[in-house]
Design a protein around this ligand. Structure first.
Ligand SMILES: [Cu+2]
Length: 136
């Protein structure tokens, strides 16, 4: 019985959990666009879906992907991003990212900005990220 209970506890503990690491926001000035990057790992036992993003830093916040078409690079909004159990979604330059459109104020190096990621199972995950200069 005790074994069963501890198993249940473990199960609920790990249910719908997301771990976010290496998060950062590219520095940019007021009115400009920039992006939030991170390694988003699904540490739960089932597939989860990132379906919405929010932040008070910008007028509009969207989940974006970068694509190439006829040698031209572009970005577009994507709806849902599935992350399977144990897998990591990499939000990184020239790939998936959280687009911050129309910054409400300057984001300078070493400032901290907050972005909220919404998952179907894990719910709202608030992430504090340091502002960095994009070197490469
Ligand atoms: Cu974008």
């Amino acid at each position: 019985m005790l074994y069963f209970l501890s198993f249940l506890f473990f199960f609920f503990q790990t249910e719908g959990k997301i771990s976010v690491e290496n998060q950062w926001i590219r520095n940019a000035g007021k009115g400009m666009n920039t992006a939030f990057f991170a390694d988003v790992k699904n540490i739960s036992s089932k597939t989860d879906t990132l379906f919405k993003v929010a932040s008070s830093l910008a007028k509009l916040v969207q989940i974006h992907e970068t694509y190439e078409e006829n040698g031209m690079m572009g970005m577009r909004e994507v709806g849902n991003l599935e992350i399977k159990s144990g897998q990591t979604l990499q939000l990184k330059p020239r790939s998936y990212h959280v687009m911050l459109i129309g910054l409400k104020k300057d984001l300078k190096e070493d400032q901290i900005g907050e972005v909220t990621l919404f998952f179907k199972h894990a719910g709202a995950v608030k992430v504090k990220a340091k502002v960095k200069n994009m070197i490469k």
